[in-house]
Write a protein that binds this ligand. Structure first.
Ligand code: 4AD
Ligand code: MG
Length: 467
């Protein structure tokens, strides 16, 4: 018999040429029916929707029919017919069924309604479920939206290294990269490890951010963005932190703080709007099964103007809340780093809108942020979101060589390997700024999922690096 080309289910469900002979391949989601007729819901990952395959049992080998179980992989050839009962317009009247892969009864995704913790243990299989299929299709769409947003605005996609000798954020949360024999480390007379004979001839780590090299890119190309993995060895076991996450970092020359905030706001709104327009089926599923307020929240973010709030004002609001009896776990006063409970209070209870906070005390922010005239604050911006807390961190950069050097000395930052960064301030320095968006935090917001471990295929967190 002539071979028929496979049709993806997403395409098949759009078709109206009833009577055509088609071939679909995919995995059995459910099988029900009687001794005479079987109804098989087949999914191939191209869409959240299943296609219903109708099989008149007597036409098929009973041994084969027994192998059509949940999770089995099938190839089906049949006639495309109009459907009334399957929830779709199209179903397939099966003529031939081949079991490509049998699926025994201990298939871990067998039962519906398992907990997210259970699913995480089977991260290699959970991709076959409705929820994770929806999440990862949306994740893909967000990556496309991000590239499109920047490309359309004349930003260049700039690749920054993953292995680096500098700690951009200065938080000391880096994973070391070495080929040294860890069982036999050579040390000098002060007990310090000797790195001169290591692979790179110095101590190196996985990057926490592409920003510093991104600044080099921007000061040649005008405006760039990075989009790549970053690594942080922070021992934060929270639903918002990963040890390996993806970050998008635009860097723009000749931008000031209000323009930077405009870019942040426009960018997030663009991504959320893209999801609403391009991921309808998946969002509707998640809205029904995971988070009933999801679509409404996404729409509201697209339509709302974000609040722009100096840190000092924010602290006043929080102190006022404490005075009025609001209980926070951590104390708040000017100079403190906001805890996520504080950020969420401002966003979810006080303003009920996303907040862009600016002008932070210099001592709680990184060395590269532009210093304000007051001598106390810097032009940092954090975008704070409902449910998520901080989704973006960014700043205008200090472009004065002298001011930057002074700050580096005050903060005891080892600069011996960063001469190249200082050169940007030495040779034709320019005002510039940028930000970093945590990709998984965006996906959390857009999908309504509760835990960051469930929006990246194979999460890396303290004590877990399976798959
Ligand atoms: O605020 P951060 O540390 O900023 C930077 O790294 C700057 N160099 C960015 C820049 O200006 N180019 O991180 C940026 C964002 C955070 O707002 C958060 O969304 C995300 O990265 N992020 C994390 N996401 C998941 N797990 C973690 N451990 C994260 N740490 C930061
Ligand atoms: Mg931050």
């Amino acid at each position: 018999m002539e071979k028929i080309r496979r049709t993806k289910i997403v395409d098949l469900l759009q078709r109206e040429d009833y009577g055509a002979q088609v071939c679909v391949k995919g995995w059995v989601r459910t099988k029900r029916g009687s001794k005479a007729v079987n109804f098989i819901a087949l999914n191939d990952g191209s869409t959240i929707k299943n296609v219903q395959v109708v099989a008149d049992v007597e036409k098929f080998d009973p041994e084969m029919v027994k192998l059509i179980t949940t999770g089995a992989c099938l190839s089906v050839v049949g006639e495309m017919v109009q459907s009334i009962g399957s929830g779709q317009n199209v179903e397939i009247q099966a003529q031939q069924i081949e079991v490509l892969g049998e699926c025994p009864a201990d298939y871990p995704m067998q039962k519906k309604g398992q907990t997210m913790e259970y699913m995480r243990q089977y991260a290699h299989m959970r991709i076959r479920t409705n929820t994770f299929g929806a999440v990862f299709r949306i994740r893909h769409n967000m990556a496309i939206a991000i590239h499109k947003f920047f490309h359309d605005r004349g930003f260049f996609y700039f690749h920054t290294p993953l292995i680096t000798a500098s700690d951009c954020e200065g938080a000391g949360e880096m994973f070391q990269v070495t080929t040294k024999n860890l069982y036999d480390l050579k040390k000098d007379e002060n007990g310090q490890i000797i790195y001169s004979d290591d692979f790179f001839g110095k101590m190196t780590s996985l990057t926490v951010s592409g920003q510093l090299e991104g600044e080099l890119g921007a000061t040649g190309l005008g405006q760039i963005y990075t989009f790549g993995p970053t690594f942080r060895a922070e021992n934060s076991n929270t639903p918002r932190h990963l040890a390996e996450f993806w970050m998008i970092e635009p860097e723009v020359c000749f931008i000031d703080l209000p323009e930077l905030m405009d870019l942040e706001e426009e960018f997030i709104k663009y991504c959320v709007k893209w999801a609403l327009e391009n991921c309808k089926d998946d969002l509707e599923f998640l809205n029904k099964m995971i988070d009933k307020g999801l679509i409404e929240r996404l729409q509201s973010v697209v339509e709302t103007e974000f609040v722009r709030l100096p840190y000092t004002e924010g602290i006043k609001i929080l102190e006022e809340a404490v005075k009025n009896g609001h209980k926070f776990e951590f104390p708040v006063s000017w100079g403190c780093d906001l805890a996520s409970e504080h950020e969420r209070y401002l966003v979810e209870e006080h303003f009920k809108k996303p907040v862009i906070m600016i002008d932070y005390p210099k001592d709680i922010k990184a060395f590269y942020m532009k210093q304000n005239e007051d001598g106390k604050t810097v032009q940092g911006t954090d975008v704070l979101f409902p449910q998520i807390g901080e989704i973006i961190g960014g700043s205008v950069r200090e472009e004065s060589y002298d001011k930057l050097m002074k700050r580096i000395e005050e903060m005891n930052i080892p600069m011996k390997d960063m001469w190249w960064y200082l050169d940007t301030r030495k040779y034709g320095s320019c005002p510039h700024g940028g930000f970093g968006l945590g990709f998984e935090r965006l996906i959390l917001f857009v999908t309504g999922m509760q835990n960051i471990r469930d929006v990246i295929p194979f999460p890396r967190t303290p004590k877990t690096a399976d798959f």
